[in-house]
Design a protein around this ligand. Sequence first.
Ligand code: XIL
Length: 412
Amino acid sequence: MGRVAANTTSLREVIPAGFYLGNIIPGAGHLAGGSLADERRGPGIVAKKGPIRKKDPNDDLFTSAALAKWLNEAPDDVKTAWDNGGLSAEQRQEIYDAVAPEAARLAEILVNDFNSITPENQGKWEYVAPERDSFYFDELDELVAFAEAHGQRVRGHALLWHNQNPDWLLEMFEPGAASDEELMEVLRTHIANVVGRYKGRIAQWDVANEIINDDGTWREGNPWIDRFGTGIVAEAFRLAHAADPQCELYLNDYNVESINPKSDAYYELCQQYLADGVPLHGFGIQGHIGLQLTFPEDLAENMRRFVDLGLNVELTEVDIRQLVSFRDEVEIPANMMELQGERFAALFKAALDTPGCTGLTIWGLSDNYSWIPSLFKGEGAPTLMDDDLQPKAAYFAVRDVLAGHEESAADR
Ligand code: XIL
């Protein structure tokens, strides 16, 4: 028989000194019916974004997340009535009452188990600047305040990315729509405002996200790079550094867990930036992996080469997805859950055993809030908590690794 929840002590109390164990505060994103697949705007891909359901100013971030998920799963007429103000005060209150326990549990998980928080979507360009010449900081403000109230660090995510950009910005990149100088002014203003607003309060920013292809070439589809060339990335680092000289600035990507052409390209880019005096401080390895895929056995070795350059490394978006297409009929077999625990444990061991690896962030408070099912059809259950927001085998496996490492924390 597996362990029972009564054994639970929090993860937070066994996090080794100097290490950051993070998770996200869910942002509307896929919860409001959008998915990254719809949002990708590479050549030939038609954008079909889901709505950004802006949160009611009276709701806290957790209520807003629980509500977005509830509405996403509700019948279309209820969703429409909610959005159009077509529900009575009593009907709205009933929905709030229905989501309240879940919202409270999401907050509880984040506080009990984690000492670092990343905004899942709330820091992305289309959320922070949905309209031209105006900023919307309510959600990031609240997230940062929440973290501070609970003694948690914040990782900022993300400044330059090919996804989740507002329409007004993408329109500016259309031929003839704006001059180079106008666009540069937009970039300078964005980075100065977003990074500068949280100066000294957001410890790290992902300055550039997902800029390299799996084969090691530069990715197309990032409007900034397509227009200005690759040098714009170094410029973004300089702008972020000017806005907050203490903030640790990161490159961040997926499929860079192992030593491969993609991580090799980043390794070269990091060397070049450091030689050129670009204010780069860390390399973020997202860590979206799958139980059915080869495990990155050389993760620690890969991290070490970046650390040897003088950088910090973090695992920034860890989830371990598994096949769940049979899920409605059959429960995921216990041995798959155990295997997932072993894989999580191995990732944690690699992170904790690598001096210079300063943190590991899980991308999802629970399986049913994860972005995975909306992008990877037939896959899911990738986090430490199940759909009832209760700890899985993976949670206990991670706790054991953290607790076991505590004694040797002084070596870090
Ligand atoms: C995802 C969010 O989890 C979703 O809610 C959203 O709809 C799409 O983006 N790599 C990243 C993250 O750097 O920002 C992505 O987050 C997951 C992949």
